[in-house]
Design a protein around this ligand. Structure first.
Ligand code: GRF
Length: 195
């Protein structure tokens, strides 16, 4: 049985594209059922549709400070598509504890640092500032605490002399594109074997 995967984005969606492409393999345990963006103008929406994946927009701004309302509507879209697991791929909203516990152990996120270092924003600038020799990315299970859940996989890249945050970000992003599809496949395979 294939696992139904929802992907949540806010922007360009390059990780989302890699995830969708990876699930096209015949022997892949997952398939993408819906791409949801909290921003109507996210460039990733068109890319998902071009790859034949249904999309939905849930504009967080229309909910104001009502995070519970936003998350209820999000859960309704996920239920309508019978999503089993959720991949956050450049999704720039924090999900509240109630939502996270509803999908406990079934939400994955990619974060552009070698966790537990540099949770939150501006990870590349912080790694350069600290004089680190390496930066990287982590795929982890989402728990109620930000960027804190169990790490499923990491990839490391060097920080080179003269790197700006943007230069480092593009080196890390290339590593993200390799790591996330591999971790998703491994995670879904392990999950299928448990069931
Ligand atoms: C990635 O670096 C991701 O780790 C971060 O935001 C970026 C999203 O890129 N949270 P994309 O939308 O997948 O192209």
């Amino acid at each position: 049985m294939t696992t139904r995967v929802a992907i949540l984005i806010s922007g360009g969606g390059s990780n989302m594209v890699r995830l969708i492409e990876s699930m096209a393999a015949d022997d892949h345990p997952g398939r993408p059922v819906i791409v949801i963006s909290n921003r109507p103008d996210a460039a990733g929406l068109g890319k998902a549709r071009a790859l034949g994946v249904e999309t939905a927009v849930l504009d967080h701004r229309t909910f104001g400070k009502d995070r519970a309302g936003f998350e209820t509507a999000l859960a309704e879209i996920l239920a309508a598509h019978a999503a089993d697991i959720i991949c956050l791929a450049g999704f720039m909203r924090v999900l509240g504890p109630e939502f996270v516990m509803k999908y406990q152990g079934r939400i994955l996120n990619i974060h552009p640092s070698l966790l537990p270092k540099y949770k939150g924003l501006d990870t590349h600038a912080r790694a350069i500032q600290a004089g680190d020799a390496h930066a990287g990315c982590s795929v982890h299970i989402v728990t109620p605490a930000l960027d804190d859940g169990p790490v499923l996989g990491q990839a490391s890249v060097p920080i080179l002399p003269g790197d700006t945050p943007d230069v480092l970000a593009s080196r890390v992003l290339a590593a993200e594109h390799q790591l996330y599809p591999q971790v998703l496949r491994d995670y879904l395979t392990a999950r299928a074997n448990e069931q």
